[in-house]
Design a binder for this molecule. Structure first.
Ligand code: BES
Ligand code: MN
Ligand code: ZN
Length: 501
């Protein structure tokens, strides 16, 4: 899809479709008003007949227009005008996108971007949010269909995002640039997440990292093999990997585009390409969904790619600990004690708590090899986090308040939320072990917090945050699939960092 920004009146657009908002009840937006006038009251009569009341998310497509420059008009319900906020704006954009997805025209002029959104006065934001909402709807995963599968082709190929004044164009352009880069990152994360475990293996993820470096001179990739991990003493990650025939990969990508010598931001992703639970085998129901257990890694890839595409002037390092978790005869077992790279020993009480083991060594690796300014890890870490926050927000844990704040604000701004959870020392005793420095599970209660508290033991020297994305990285049910979250949050965080410095 080609996205352009322009300013100009809706009744003068020679396009396949003009998209305008209607507020509840039957209150045309300024842009709808202009079209109504030019069409001798067409919109008013559609409303009078009861086909469009302006309820949030409602849509009506008008055809067969007479004496108009555009072929169609799409009316989009925006709800009550005085309640028109970020949430309703996104919802209206998504509703419009569903129509545009199947509509016949090749181009369209989008005017919802001109509406005043409560609490926002920046058309760059509106443009970017519209673009993200549209791309989310337009996404399809078709990589694994057979030869006789007929791909659906969208007719629409050019979308003009409208802003009220010419003076709004520069900020709108910036919104498009950020939106396109973010949407591309989200698409990458969705594609990786949707790929099945037999294709998306640790080796496949490593190849993606090499690919990224091949495409961009600014990216350097290094892949550590199991022998390298052995030499570094990554006993926790290698413990998990023993149950799998696929070799584990430790992936490091560097994008050092910031001031020389400036400490890097480090992103760390859990890349478990399939989690059967290991010897503590998971139940069979919905086990297929554990192919998404590399959602953290996928979002690290997405954010990295977005930062590179935007040429952000930052120093950024991405690290992915990738393995499968399977129950081979040589697999690690409950009761086993592993020695992590940090030297701390871990008693395994449940082999299904594998993500924290992989991340523990990754955190030690980044502490030893970089002097990070901040480290943010992403992981589909616990079912308990899904219980706590559902799919609205990722669990946000941090040992540093400004970092927590920055991540939370970034998520809020782009509609990819994370919500603070405690990391109090009181929880640490749940990880006590009779045989090793710690156990890998914390027993009953506070499962998301004890998992984060486990990671905290490997991040004491870092300014560190952890996002438990188990509830947000994918959707179950009819619309089963990867969401690309939290690429939006991460990319916004990186953009914010690059401008604040
Ligand atoms: N990958 C899972 C967490 C998960 C569960 C993600 C459901 C998405 C949906 C993780 O490796 C895991 O198995 N965690 C265990 C931890 C437990 C054994 C302490 C869990 O949450 O059940
Ligand atoms: Mn598990
Ligand atoms: Zn897992």
């Amino acid at each position: 899809m080609e996205y352009l920004v322009k300013s100009g009146s809706p009744e003068k657009q020679r396009v396949g479709c003009v998209i305008v908002g209607i507020f509840d009840r039957r209150k045309p937006s300024m842009q709808a008003e202009a079209l109504d006038e030019a069409s001798n009251g067409l919109i008013a009569s559609v409303m009078r007949r009861g086909d469009m009341d302006g309820k949030l998310g409602e849509t009506t497509l008008l055809h067969g227009l007479e004496d108009m420059f555009c072929d169609r008009i799409l009316l989009v319900g925006c709800g009550k005008e005085r309640d028109f906020n970020q949430r309703s704006y996104r919802k209206a954009c998504t509703a419009a996108a569903r129509e545009l997805d199947t509509m016949g025209g090749v181009d369209a002029a989008f005017y919802l971007t001109e509406l005043n959104v409560k609490g926002r006065d920046d058309f760059g934001w509106s443009v970017k949010q519209a673009l993200l909402a549209l791309e989310d709807v337009f996404y399809r995963f078709e990589a694994c269909r057979g030869t006789s599968y007929e791909k659906q082709t969208r007719k629409l190929s050019r979308l003009i995002l409208q802003v009220p004044r010419r003076s709004d164009l520069p900020t709108a352009e910036k919104g498009v640039a950020e939106g396109v880069a973010t949407a591309n990152g989200i698409k990458l994360a969705k594609d990786l997440g949707n790929l099945p475990g037999n294709i998306c293996t640790p080796t496949y993820l490593a190849e993606q990292a090499v690919e990224l470096a091949n495409h961009h001179d600014s990216v350097k990739t290094q892949i550590l093999e199991e022998a390298d991990m052995e030499a570094l003493g990554m006993g926790a990650l290698l413990g998990v990997s023993r149950g799998s025939r696929q070799p584990a990969k430790f992936i490091v990508m560097e994008y050092m585009n910031g001031p020389r010598g400036e400490k890097p931001t480090v992103l760390v992703g859990k890349g478990v390409t399939f989690d059967a639970g290991g010897i503590s085998l998971k139940p069979g129901a919905a086990m297929d969904e554990m192919k998404y257990d590399m959602g953290g890694a996928a979002s690290v890839f997405g954010a990295m790619q977005a930062a590179v595409e935007l040429e952000l002037p930052i120093n950024l390092v991405a690290v992915i600990a990738s393995t499968e978790n399977l129950p081979d005869g040589d697999a690690y077992k409950p009761g086993d004690i592993l020695t992590s790279m940090s030297g701390q020993t871990i008693e395994i009480l449940n082999t299904d708590a594998e993500g924290r083991l992989a991340l523990a060594d990754a955190l030690t690796y980044v502490e030893r090899n970089y002097q990070p300014d901040a480290v943010v890890d992403m992981a589909t870490l616990t079912g308990a986090c899904v219980v706590a926050l559902g799919s609205e927000a990722a669990g946000l844990f941090a040992n540093n308040s400004p970092l927590r704040r920055a991540l939370r604000d970034a998520g809020e701004l782009v509609g990819d939320r994370a919500w603070p959870m405690p990391l109090w020392e009181e929880y640490q005793s749940q990880l006590d072990s009779n045989f090793a420095d710690m156990a890998n599970v914390g027993g009953k209660g506070a499962g998301a917090i004890t998992a984060a508290s486990f990671l905290h033991r490997f991040a004491r020297k870092l300014r560190w945050a952890h996002l438990d994305i188990a509830g947000v990285a994918w959707k179950s049910g009819k619309d089963k699939g990867a969401t690309g979250r939290p690429v939006g949050l991460l990319t916004q965080y990186l953009i914010d960092r690059s401008t604040q410095a």
